[in-house]
Design a protein around this ligand. Structure first.
Ligand SMILES: [Zn+2]
Ligand SMILES: [Zn+2]
Length: 397
């Protein structure tokens, strides 16, 4: 078939496949190009021009309006059906924001430099690719917590099993072929553990529903995922990570080997899939029965609230509440609270002694000295004590 140039700029294209379940926008574009017997880059250049190489951007992460609009007319789909193939529907649940660039929680970076994908941020299930009537790439394969396929219960891969290259589907002859060595990416795959499959299903369910039950109460997905990401982070980074891993492995099982990471502070999204699978196995053990096991293991390892919430920003209430047992910072009552406590003691005991105020107010020493009644130095009882004694006598008579 031969078409004039206008076919690319005016609707509709001669080949319009239906988006498949959970399909990535980039996967859909590649399938469309293949259906038109074109190289994906040639196709996108014909439609959008070659100035901004479309596959030089992470369009699944952020699709420019011009791309979404032209796709919608080109394939005759509603705008919402096009954005449904990007990460936009997860914006709230994963708290990923709407900006084009920048690191996003839970989204695996592909780090594209000159059309080359440097990081293994696009995972795949060999069994999905083997059984797909039309092989395609899923959105969930770009998520950091996805380390196994919950359809086949096998481990996801993040590089070619034959040559170790990252996936560059826009440069491959088919979506199940490695662009570098031409090897088949499809296969039987390795069986995943039941624990990690169950945990991954729970993550996927929470993402879909927008909430989950956590520590015995309903919690919004974005708060839950922040807590999970923080627990994962303290197992990987910081001076106490090793102690925590050892505590989990000794008490609950799992592998406590240090994580392979080039930087001291490594976001979980930058770990390879094998490392993340081992990490989320430990996380799953800590999330079980939360907060009892978690609090017990942290206390044993000498990890306190301040270590756990470090760099977290706003701590979700349900997490904060669980951590109060691990709080070593003494609470300092305000001046007003000490004053009120002194009044209360005078009403009930007749006098606000240093000892009683300290029992009630803890370490707020300056305020206690300000509001306490000085018993020993006084030659006569305080007027509150006299009043209280008088009241007592009246009551008796
Ligand atoms: Zn699969
Ligand atoms: Zn290969």
């Amino acid at each position: 078939m031969r078409f004039g140039a206008e076919i690319w700029t005016s609707a509709p294209w001669p080949y319009r496949p239906q988006p498949l379940s959970d399909e990535l926008l980039s996967s859909y574009l590649i399938r469309t190009a293949h259906g038109l017997s074109m190289r994906p880059v040639t196709f996108t250049n014909a439609v959008w021009g070659s100035r901004d190489l479309l596959f030089g951007q992470d369009i699944d992460n952020y699709a420019p309006t011009a791309v979404v609009d032209r796709l919608a007319t080109g394939i005759g789909l509603h705008l919402a059906a096009v954005t449904a193939m990007t990460f936009a529907p997860w914006r709230d649940a994963l708290d990923i924001g709407g900006q084009a660039t920048g690191r996003k929680p839970w989204i695996l970076p592909v780090s594209i430099i000159s059309n080359d994908r440097r990081r293994p941020g696009l995972q795949f299930c060999p069994a999905c690719l083997a059984t797909d009537p039309k092989p395609y790439l899923r959105r969930t394969w770009r998520l950091a917590f996805a380390t196994v396929c919950t359809t086949h219960d096998i481990e996801l891969c993040d590089s070619c099993p034959h040559c170790g290259s990252t996936l560059q589907p826009h440069r491959s002859p088919s979506l199940r072929t490695c662009y570098a060595c031409g090897g088949d990416l499809a296969g039987a795959g390795n069986q995943a553990s039941r624990r990690i499959v169950a945990q991954t299903r729970a993550f996927e369910r929470t993402l879909r529903d927008g909430w989950t039950e956590f520590a015995g109460r309903p919690v919004y997905a974005h708060l839950y995922f922040r807590i999970v990401r923080q627990i994962a982070a303290i197992l990987v980074n910081g001076k106490r990570a090793e102690k925590l891993r050892q505590g989990v492995a000794t008490t609950l099982g799992g592998d406590d080997t240090p994580f392979e990471k080039p930087n001291a502070r490594q976001p979980v999204e930058y770990l390879h899939v094998d490392e993340r699978r081992r990490l989320f196995d430990l996380v799953a053990r800590l999330l079980d029965d939360f907060p009892e096991r978690f609090v017990g293991i942290c206390a044993q390892a000498g990890i306190w609230r301040s270590h756990i919430v470090k760099d977290m920003g706003d701590v979700p209430f349900v997490f904060d509440e669980a951590l109060h047992l691990l709080d070593r910072t003494p609470y300092y009552p305000t001046d007003r609270e000490v004053s009120a406590a002194a009044e209360y003691l005078r009403r009930t005991k007749g006098i606000a002694t240093y000892r009683d105020l300290k029992t009630l107010c803890g370490e707020s020493r300056a305020a206690i000295y300000k509001y306490m009644d000085y018993e020993r130095e006084q030659t006569a009882p305080s007027k509150w004590r006299l009043e209280a004694l008088a009241a007592l006598r009246t009551a008796k008579s």
